[in-house]
Design a protein around this ligand. Structure first.
Ligand code: UDP
Length: 235
């Protein structure tokens, strides 16, 4: 196996499945199964989950809400998703810990780096909820930050599309997919992988990002087995 420790970033919207809002239990169970297959191989898995299926601070602010309040709501939404994912993983017999960037002691452990690493070494999946704990950030930034902190080998960004294209494949039929692309090329071509804060943090720390389609069953395990799935952003 190419990677010993991965950080999987899942968007909140991914959890909606066919729904317009909230969490689809079927999708959650599918994700749990896929993650179980990975842990069964002995790969250490940490997960950062978004909250966009429930609330986004920017959306609140555009309706007149205070941005910081909205971001707090967004961060709590990621904790809700984290609890749902934890429950689904435990149903699949995967030992799991949820650590949050905002302390909610009755519900989850606080984020403690050394503890998180210990859990991973013991084969537990660690879900990081609450983003970075700060407003004006995204869970992509949280994913990169946590990945660096726990010394993950790679970030796997599960999305709806199967990689990075020369143009938006939903708008331009001639768009082709990259198997590999450098951080510099992503920036110079104006391609969208993550928000700028998250992306430059990854680049500065030489942490590769693989963008792949998490909604096709089996993709995660194929990717980790070395199959040519998704697009890898590297130095
Ligand atoms: N958020 C935040 N700080 C963080 C991470 C997230 O304030 O470090 C808030 C922000 O309002 C964001 C929401 O949580 O809109 C949900 O996160 P995100 O939009 O990244 O979720 P995703 O798009 O991955 O579902």
């Amino acid at each position: 196996m190419k990677y010993n420790r991965i950080l999987l970033k899942l968007s909140g919207e991914a959890l909606m499945g066919e729904r317009q809002y909230g969490i689809d239990p079927k999708r959650l169970a599918e994700y749990a199964q896929e993650i179980k297959e990975v842990t069964d191989l002995g790969i250490e898995v940490a997960i950062v989950i978004g909250g966009g299926n429930i609330f986004r601070g920017v959306a609140g602010a555009s309706n007149g809400m205070d941005r910081v309040q909205g971001d707090h709501m967004g961060m709590l939404a990621t904790v809700i998703n984290g609890l749902a994912l934890q429950s689904a993983l435990e149903d699949a017999d995967v030992p799991t810990r949820l650590q949050t960037a905002i302390k909610i002691n009755e519900v989850a452990e606080p984020f403690i780096r050394r503890k998180a690493m210990r859990h991973l070494q013991k084969g537990r999946v660690v879900i990081f909820g609450g983003g970075t704990g700060n407003p004006y950030f995204t869970t992509d930034s949280a994913a990169v930050l946590r990945a660096i902190e726990i010394e993950a080998d790679v970030i796997l960004k599960g999305t709806r599309v199967d990689g990075i294209y020369t143009a938006d494949p939903e708008k331009d039929a001639s768009a082709t997919k990259f198997d590999f692309i450098s951080f510099d090329d992503v920036l110079s071509k104006g391609l969208k992988v993550m928000d700028t804060t998250a992306f430059t943090l990854s680049q500065e720390n030489e942490l590769p990002i693989i963008v792949f389609d998490m909604n096709t069953n089996g993709n995660l395990i194929k990717l980790l087995s070395g199959e040519n799935i998704g697009t890898k952003v590297q130095m």
